[in-house]
Design a protein around this ligand. Structure first.
Ligand SMILES: Nc1ncnc2c1ncn2[C@@H]1O[C@H](COP(=O)(O)OP(=O)(O)OP(=O)(O)O)[C@@H](O)[C@H]1O
Length: 324
């Protein structure tokens, strides 16, 4: 899949680049129970080095639970998990230094000043610095990168919600992680902060080969950022692929809209390219305002989640398998 990187140049996903890509994260048959409630019923997922993956799913689907297990913050009930060659339950300090984490919410360190806090967290990574991955990031450079230069001397408790979230992201990347987990990183971001964050994600993936697993409820964001989208529903991954691959999962025609001789027309078709060719053969330059609308990621999301809610998650997953 080719996404649009911040500079406007196309970003080529690691899988499509032809470069050998190492699997850095793998879960198979991952299960999690909270008491008698089974939240994860056999999650299988992988991520390659430098890949950006969006984990989507309805509220309560288990996205945070999955991420916390991969980070080593939560013990799983069953299944195999490996991140950067280690089981997260037994990851040592060296292993932890290679990860970056942005939790959904945390409200400690209110009295610290933003620059001091970032510097403090950064110091943990210094012993793990090596050629090619100098750790930590320079504090002021990173503050500039997340747009907090003016707030650098402010106490955390005086930052706005969006500014606090920018600081969370800075803390997550201060150690130049090889694998970065971001749980709803852009919640509360204004449009400029959101765009800056997207630029940062592309930069980390492209220039530092960082593998990024993020959760979001913003489907446009997922489509823009992710090489691969995973949809978690009913305790399992029911769809796994690029936005284009996922669009092929819903049996919905594309819509072709055009104007000819001053009249607007709408036509649904499973082959929009052929329809457009036929239109031009008939009307030539008489066609104006041509637009083709494919099923959107939102259509796929709603269809898959509704299938799951009808108790059809397993067949949805099987259907996807046939389409890969
Ligand atoms: N510590 C816990 N103890 C008991 N139940 C929990 C615990 N943490 C989460 N749950 C339950 O597990 C389910 C999955 O929660 P989780 O936070 O992983 O979902 P999510 O997909 O991240 O949701 P959201 O999109 O709302 O953030 C929910 O039903 C939640 O109530």
């Amino acid at each position: 899949m080719t996404n649009q990187a911040p500079t406007g140049r196309p970003r080529v996903s690691p899988a499509a680049s032809g470069r050998p890509t190492e699997t850095v994260l793998r879960a198979s048959g991952l299960r999690m129970n909270y008491g008698s409630t089974e939240v994860l019923k056999g999650v299988d997922l992988t991520a390659r080095r430098g890949e950006v993956i969006a984990l989507l799913g309805p509220n309560g689907a288990g996205k945070t639970t999955t991420i916390e297990i991969l980070e080593g913050f939560r013990r799983r009930s069953a299944g195999d998990v490996e991140v950067l060659g280690s089981d997260p339950e037994h990851g040592d300090e060296e292993w932890r230094s290679r990860l970056g984490v942005v939790l959904q919410s945390w409200r400690d360190h209110a009295a610290w000043r933003a620059r001091d806090l970032l510097h403090h967290f950064g110091r943990f990574y210094a012993p793990h610095s090596r050629p090619g991955r100098v750790r930590p990031h320079d504090t002021d450079e990173l503050l500039a990168l997340v747009g907090l230069t003016e707030q650098a001397g402010q106490r955390v408790k005086t930052l706005s919600g969006g500014q606090r979230r920018r600081l969370d992201v800075a803390i997550g990347v201060v150690g130049r992680p090889e694998v970065l987990f971001l749980d709803e990183p852009t919640a509360g971001f204004d449009p400029k902060a959101r765009r800056d964050f997207h630029d940062l994600v592309f930069r980390l993936a492209d220039e530092e080969d960082t593998t990024i697993l993020l959760t979001t409820h913003d489907l446009d964001e997922a489509e823009k950022l992710a090489d691969r989208i995973l949809l978690l529903a009913g305790g399992a991954i029911v769809a796994d692929g690029s936005a284009d691959q996922l669009a092929g999962l819903v049996a919905r025609d594309s819509e072709v809209v055009w104007t000819a001789d001053g009249t607007r027309h709408v036509h649904s078709t499973d082959n929009p390219a052929r329809h457009v060719a036929e239109l031009y053969a008939v009307h030539g330059d008489g066609i104006t305002d041509l637009k083709i609308t494919r099923p959107s990621l939102e259509d796929v999301y709603m269809a898959m989640v509704q299938r799951h809610e009808r108790g059809d998650a397993e067949s949805a997953a099987a259907h996807f398998g046939e389409n890969r």
